[in-house]
Design a protein around this ligand. Structure first.
Ligand code: NAD
Length: 516
């Protein structure tokens, strides 16, 4: 793979065009790149420029079937004899290769998603490498549970691979989330078919080059591009040879996958939508709380499942919090994602930007809230970005709890503001949405923070911070935000099957009466 360059943005485009971008993102099956049997492909639109620089193959049932065959063949081959140490070494090699190519991946990911290069360079891509190193370490240090029964029998529960596993990932953190699933699936000795989001096929395609370089046996990891319903995604979910689906994406897609997976009774893990909140109590350190809440709302153009898209603030401090917040928002620099100075890039697509804008228009026309800043497409970004999917960071105050703006996931740079008087009210507002993924609470009162954290219906609560992750811990949401947890042993559990092997006590003559 060609290494990236820390040059200016026009050099970066040139570098991407001339040395990184494939003519077409092809499927990667059995260790080889190939097109769909139908020859179908589509032109990928780069959302910042509203231009197309490469195509993407569209796979369907035939490509999924081919990938399942390749994965089954690999599962029956030498991969089945790879030890935990072998797999750990492989994972570390992949992590090292991503690190060696961090600029190239970061540029490609920024181009594909529209998100700022500073975020992909310092966030998404290093974390993708870390996913491999983390699960490499964990794979090498797994132990099994053993018991000695009262009668002296020996019981050991070991984990075995599931077989062929399907991974379906969204566009908002493409390589980061694909590797978050790939690494534990490899760690547990599975074979894999990854279906990346159709809007962001690039980093997964580039990763395949590194998988070959790292020595991943052919067929162990396969990538099939395409759409969701009636396309590669649905075909993967329905295929009887696929034993499990780990899915991250929208809640409604999760429901569709659950229905389609029912006939073949697949194991499922769902990381779905979110509607996070930043809750600021009267005694909070505002120098910490406000900039962090601003980042939680607008990082990645607000397109993060964990985004703090609702600010819930004690009424006594609301005026000063809003003043400080608006000052923070003013510092956000919208621009070309490949430019180092940019802190807010383009949304994923123009039609997604229009959906976000429709929420704001609803507030404007129905009086659902007061727009304090933003609420429009930015003017004067220059000729090159004029048709890009940009939207100003928007703050809307005085929104009622039952409004669409509070109850639905907007997934864009829109922050609503609500106020509260009591802790009970803050808890009720935070939990009073269909989602239950994450929230942050800001207070200097440790007991209050604990009471809040214990009371809200959220899978993850940060006290005086946001998006602080340790990869050992459970990641996931309650209610419509998901089923199951990922992270550390939770991922290892999902990607494996327990088998308990019992050896009868030596010399014991087991009678039917002791069987249980
Ligand atoms: P999406 O559900 O539209 O698509 C996600 C993936 O599912 C894509 O690869 C798509 O092709 C595929 N897909 C769509 N329909 C399918 C079907 N019927 N069968 C099989 N596959 C299908 O989601 P998106 O728009 O790409 O991503 C944004 C959503 O993801 C947001 O709701 C966000 O909150 C959520 N998300 C959640 C987490 C989390 O950890 N909880 C993390 C990131 C994103």
């Amino acid at each position: 793979m060609k290494h990236g360059c820390e040059h200016n943005k026009s050099d970066r485009k040139q570098f991407l065009k001339s040395q990184v971008l494939p003519e077409r993102c092809q499927h990667f099956i059995g260790g080889r790149y190939l097109d769909s049997s139908s020859g179908e492909s589509f032109k990928k639109t780069l959302s910042a420029y509203n231009e197309s620089w490469f195509e993407v193959a569209v796979g369907g049932a035939p490509e999924i079937d081919l990938a399942v065959k390749a994965a089954e063949k690999a599962a029956a081959g030498p991969w089945s004899r790879a030890t935990a140490t072998d797999r750990a070494k492989l994972l570390h090699r992949i992590g090292d290769l991503i690190e060696a190519n961090v600029e190239t991946f970061a540029l490609a990911e920024s181009l594909d998603t529209g998100k700022p290069y500073s975020e992909t360079r310092n966030g998404d891509i290093p974390r993708s490498a870390q996913n491999f190193h983390f699960f490499g370490d964990l794979a090498a240090h797994q132990s099994f549970e053993t018991w000695i029964g009262d009668d002296g029998s020996h019981h050991t529960s070991i984990r075995e691979p599931l077989g062929v596993t399907g991974l379906i990932t969204p566009w908002n953190l493409p390589l980061y989330l694909a590797t978050w699933k790939l690494a534990p699936a490899i760690a547990q000795g599975n074979t894999i078919i990854l279906k990346p989001a159709e809007l962001t096929p690039l980093s997964a395609t580039l990763l395949c080059e590194l998988l070959n370089e790292a020595g991943v046996p052919e067929g162990v990891v396969n990538v099939v591009h395409g759409f969701g319903a009636k396309s590669a995604g649905e075909a993967l979910v329905r295929h009887p040879g696929v034993k499990a689906i780990s899915f991250t994406g929208e809640t409604t897609t999760g429901s569709a996958i659950m229905r389609d997976a029912a006939d073949s009774l697949k194991k499922l893990s769902f990381e779905l939508g979110g509607k996070g909140a930043s809750v600021i109590f009267e005694d909070a350190d505002l120098d910490l709380a406000v900039p962090t809440a601003c980042r939680a709302a607008f990082r990645n153009q607000g397109q993060i499942c964990l985004a703090g898209s609702r600010l819930i603030v004690h009424e006594k401090i609301a005026p000063q919090v809003i003043d400080r917040l608006l000052a923070c928002v003013k510092k956000i620099k919208i621009g070309d994602p490949l430019d180092d100075a940019t802190t807010m890039g383009a949304l994923i697509a123009n039609d997604h930007r229009d959906k976000v804008a429709a929420f704001v228009d609803h507030a404007r026309t129905s009086g659902a809230g007061e727009i304090l800043c933003g609420g429009k497409i930015p003017a004067s970004l220059g000729e090159q970005l004029a048709n890009g999917a940009f939207y100003e960071p928007t703050v809307i105050a005085g929104v009622a709890q039952n409004s669409r703006l509070i109850q639905e996931e907007i997934f864009g740079p829109v922050l609503t503001v609500q106020t509260f008087k009591t802790a009970e009210e803050a808890i009720a507002l935070t939990s009073g949405v269909p989602y239950g993924l994450s929230c942050s609470v800001y207070t200097r009162d440790g007991a209050l923070a604990q009471k809040f954290a214990r009371s809200v219906r959220m899978g993850m609560v940060w006290i005086n911070g946001w998006f602080i992750r340790d990869l050992h811990t459970a990641f996931g949401g309650m209610k419509r935000s998901g089923i199951g947890r990922e992270g550390g042993r939770h991922s290892l559990d999902f990607f494996s099957e327990y088998k308990t092997i019992t050896t009868a006590a030596t010399g014991s003559s087991q009678s039917a009466s002791v069987e249980s």
